[in-house]
Every structure is written in structure tokens, then in C-alpha cells.
Design a protein around this ligand. Sequence first.
Ligand SMILES: [Zn+2]
Length: 531
Amino acid sequence: MLLLYTLQTMNTQANHWADATALQIIQRKGEKPLYVCAAGITPSGTVHIGNFREIISVDLVVRALRDMGKKVRFIFSWDDFDVFRKVPANMPQRDMLASYLRKPITEVPNPYGQEQSYARHNEREVEKLLPLVGIEPEFIYQARRYAAGDYAQTMRHALEHKELIKGILNEHRTEELAADWWPVSVFCTSCLKDTTTITGWDGNYGISYSCSSCGNTETLDLRSTRTAKLFWRIDFPMRWSYEKVDFEPGGKEHHSAGGSFDTAVKIAEQVYDYRPPVTFKYDFIRIKGGGGKISSSSGNVISLGDVLDIYQPEIVRYLFAGTRPNSEFAVSFDLDVLKIYEDYDKCERIYFGVEDVGEKRRDKEKRIYELSQVHSVPPNMPVQIPLRHMCNLLQIYGGDIEAALACIPGGNDKRLRTRARCAWNWLENYAPPEFRFRLRTETVAAVSLSPAQAAAVGALYRRLEQDFAGFDEQSLAQCIYALAQENGLEPKEFFKIMYKILIDKEMGPRLAGFVLAIGREKILPLLKPYA
Ligand SMILES: [Zn+2]
């Protein structure tokens, strides 16, 4: 057992950043019966793909630990007891939402109507999608935790160590915290806003405040109130200690010098007597392409759902698994989509030994492939249809996914069906116009041709009618060149009239492969009027 573990460790050590992080956690925290890995997001707006990097970064490390035989608790904290500060640009009913500013986001109504609150709506949008990419954490709702009194003791502890905390925070501030600063904040029980000032603490669980919005004054018991909370910079390390967190990554904005990570480490150690978790910094995600569609419909917010419309779940994981967390990268909606699918397919071929690369590259790609899978690695290599070809097939069949899949050997496959759905979404919403076409359906001559052009098209018609099944892409390409030459046409001219006849465009997919993809039954009626 020990030997096996050592071998696994050596095997994975050099291969992937998630494995390196898992090893670091074990080294720093020691052998434990259970490791706790944490992610957290404030659902104060649509959770965007940059936020998703937090979740999947943790998932990848969780998987790495589990692959080393470790037990792991993966907690995902919804920081939904935060205050509603700003109405995001992409939300409907903005005036209604604006009237709830300064209240907890769990108290804001959902502008879409279905869920109980604004916060819950934003949470649900993510919770329903995460299983699709194989991520199933234990969700913790911080508003409920505070309301249940779970943190009463930790709040009292912070009040007892107010001066120590203040000193730590002041080290990183240009302007020192006021003399009457407290580590706890209160939402007014009368108007629900956080426009309150703490006026006293009884040295135990009693805390008094006054509200500048409605004039309410009151003394609360931290054990029973639903409205008191720790400020973020204290709340964050308190929860490390409360949940015994061993790993939590942080976005670039939290990982700057003197940022919330720096102060959290000190507060965890000095106030809560807790050894801080292993961490790393993850960088931002850019969005490339997408044009008007993205900015008009969603206020420039790209959610996991938007990305899953275009990318198979494995490829969404691949984007993140294949990039080191501290590198910025772009999620592309433009022609790069084709390249990303090609890269993933290549990674898959390398995994299954169908494509040969050097040993080092192979080990690296294999691990990325494993971590990209939603569940386990498939037993055999899935049927691969390049996205470009899938797009052509779908357009030939006018978007009928089942018809397109039916002409692919082994096409009745869940992954291919998902790929076809993504390809069609991409074509409909993001593909550049030169990439898109519609196969003509006319059975009359729609293009006027010179006698030489008509002769070439007619000759091609007869060859296809006689021996369509006998052609492969190469032999058909040779045939097309020969027919152009025999009829005194430049190949370019012949291609151009063929595209005109087939899709009413001057250019299109590579002709021989395209003709074969269109199939005998569809192409003969289109060429016959010229024959
Ligand atoms: Zn009030």
C-alpha cells in the first residue's frame, strides 16, 4: 500500500499543477483522515465564467487528492449574507432591485420570479449546471449559517480580540480604522439595511446598534439574532478555522499584497489559532469573440451556461485543466472554437495511444485528459468528428442533428450528440458569416453557366451518378481537377461555380470532402439541371 502510494506520487508529481498542489497540501498539513477543500462565491449577480475558475480549480485539486487515495470534503460556500451593493447591468427590473440596495442579497426579491430570492436565483443557475461538468460539492449557505447562530461564538471571539484584529488590518491600510470600529456589522432588524453603527458590546453576546436610515436602536443577542455578521476580512479566516479548511484558492484581486488573503492568514493564526490553508492565486478569464450577441443579451457577463452552449462539458474542463491557474486565458467564441476542439481531440488521441508524441508530452496530455473527464475516462476512444466537419454536416442537413448523426458511422453517441448541439449553437450565434451556408434545395438550374462550365458540371454529375460510393476524398479531388482541365477551366473557376450551384456562395468547405458529405441523394438533384 505504501509502495503503491509512493509510486503514484512519483508518477503524478511532475505531471500536473493539481497533483503538485495536492502533494503540497499533504506535505504542509500532514497525513489526515479527511482533507477539506473550499471554494466560495458571493451570488450578488450572475456568476460568470471567471468565478467558475474558483470552483473548478478546487475540483481539480480535490480530484488529485482523491486519486492519491485521500478522503476529501469539498465545500462550496455561497456568501449570500453579503450586502447588495450594486445592481448589475444585465438584470431586469433594475428600479425594483435598486430599492433593495444595502440589504442582504438573500432579502432581495428575484427579478425573474421563480426562486425565493435574488441570491437563490443566482445560486441555482450555477448549482443546476455544475453536475454537467462533474462538479458536486457540498453547498454551504452563509446566510443560513449566521441565522442559525452557528457563528455566535466566533463573533464573540472576534469582539474579544478587536484590538488585535484592528492592528493586523491597520498594517495594510493607508488610513487607520476608526477608534470606534468593530469587527461585527449588523443589518437593522427594522429596515434590513446595513446603515448601522455599533454603539456598544456587553463583553458577552450582547451588541447594541443604531440605524441611520430608520432611527432604530436595539440590543441584539449574537446567539439568537439573524442579522449580525463578521466583516469579510474576518469572516473569511474565521470560516477556515470553523470548517478546518486545508486548501482554498483565491482570485488575483484577493491575492495582492495586503489583500484579503494576507490579512486572513494573520487573523487565522493570531486570532483563531488556525494554520491557514494551502492556496494559490488564479488569474482572470478573458472572453474572445462573440460580438454583439454577448454584449447585448447579457451585459457582457458570460456564464458557465453560455460556455456550455458552445463547448462540450469535457472541453470546458479541458480549458481549465490544461492551463496553469496563474495564467490568464481566453474563452473563445470566434473561429478559435474550432482549434480548441481540435486540441482536445488530439489530447484524446494521445491518451488512447492513437497519436504518438514524446514521453514527457504524453504523460502531461494524459493527465490533462483524465482531469477533463466529467466522470471516468471512457473505456475506448470515442468517435471523433472534427467540429469543422460537424458544422458542415449540420448545415447540409439544415440543423437536423439526428439526420447529421445518422450519416456518421458510430454517430449514435452521447458525446457526439452534445458536440452536434454545441456546433449548431455556435453556427447560429457566433460563427463568422463566411463559415455559414445553406444547401440549396432547388431542382432547377439556378446559376447561368457558359457552355464549358456546364459541360464540366455535367461531366461531374455523370461521374457521381455512376460511382459515388467508389470515391474517397482524394480520388474525387483528382477527378474534379481532371474534369476542369478537360473542359478548359481553371480549377478555381470550377470550384467557384460549384459553390454557387450548391450553396449560392463563392467559397465553401473543401469541395471534394464537401460533395461526399452532402451525399449522393442530395447532390445529384442539384447538379442534374446542368447535366
Ligand atoms: Zn433601519
